[in-house]
Design a protein around this ligand. Structure first.
Ligand code: ARG
Length: 299
């Protein structure tokens, strides 16, 4: 029996789309019907919450702060491993107020015994949490991005703090402003990714480190639906409504996909993964993953 995945979400109470710091954000559309969209966002957040519970996760819901609409994306708040959290430094002033709000929230998690340590990066060293530093439990390293949001200098800090290998993945486009928009390691060792988001060097690194049968290419449409931004717990994959193609590719590899309509959050450039933050990841090796024999991947 594996230990239960513990996931932080933030209440959607103060979510809206009132500024534009990535090309998916639609403040003009939001402004046309803020009431209806805010209600739709509350429902969508609840559906995601229930899908996570249905996948066996324990969900902890943190309080939101008025005026910080993107707090609803806690994947950007910190990197968490072995009970230790390294808090984010946000690139854009619109989100920098979240640093203090999340510090308070994470100190509360320490008091509840859900974390043991909360640390901060030096000012000016931008790093947007688990959205840009994705722990790969099978390989025991972080895939860490820099480019649109996080600074290249953050990678060394992550490595020092966690004492784990950090594999650089430079991002080239504003559409894929965080790694989690375009890159998703799965429990069986596969990586779902959108190749045009990565530099030639990042692609070489990926192909050197991951056998080709474990690489699943996402399409433009998968990207635009925010399906790559998925939460994977064991065999369960919870994602913003995927295409039939992606759903069957994952089913062939043994995953059960739970689609969730996250359209209000996609108007901010977010999907399922960034609305969550795993608090229970350990570097001791994942027990929740489903073991696969090497070489058995379907073509
Ligand atoms: N509006 C938010 C931003 O641009 C969306 C963040 C989504 N998070 C993520 N990890 N992809 O910062």
């Amino acid at each position: 029996m594996s230990t239960q995945a513990r996931i932080l979400m933030v209440e959607p109470t103060h979510f809206d789309v009132s500024y534009r710091i990535n090309p998916w954000m639609k403040p003009d559309l939001w402004a046309k019907e803020p009431g209806r969209l805010a209600a739709a966002a509350r429902r969508a957040s609840e559906v995601l919450h229930q899908a996570l519970v249905g996948a066996g996760c324990q969900v902890i819901v943190g309080a939101a702060t008025p005026g910080l609409p993107d707090m609803v994306f806690p994947a950007n708040a910190a990197i968490v491993l072995d009970g230790r959290a390294l808090l984010a430094r946000f690139r854009y002033p619109q989100r920098q107020g979240e640093e203090a709000a999340f510090l308070t929230l994470f100190e509360g998690l320490c008091e509840r015994g859900l974390l043991t340590e909360v640390a901060q990066l030096p000012p000016g060293c931008y790093q947007e949490g688990a959205g840009d530093a994705i722990w790969d439990g099978n390989r025991q390293w972080f895939w860490a991005a820099y480019g649109p949001r996080s600074s290249e200098a953050s990678l060394a800090r992550i490595g020092e703090f966690f004492g784990r290998e950090v594999v650089p993945m430079e991002l080239v486009s504003d559409r894929c402003y965080h790694l989690d928009v375009c890159f998703c390691p799965l429990s069986g060792g596969e990586i779902l990714y959108f190749a045009p988001a990565l530099t030639a060097q990042a692609l070489r690194t990926l192909r050197e480190r991951v056998p080709s049968e474990m690489l699943i290419q996402a399409t433009e449409e998968d990207l635009a639906r925010f399906s790559v931004n998925a939460v994977n717990v064991g065999r369960n994959v919870i994602m913003a409504t995927p295409t039939d193609r992606l759903r069957s590719v994952l089913a062939e590899r043994g995953y059960m996909v739970t689609p969730v309509d996250l359209s209000p959050f996609m108007m901010s450039g977010g999907g399922a993964y960034c609305m969550t933050l795993r608090l229970d990841r350990t570097s001791a090796g994942e027990t929740a993953g489903h073991a696969r024999e090497p070489e058995t991947a379907l073509a």
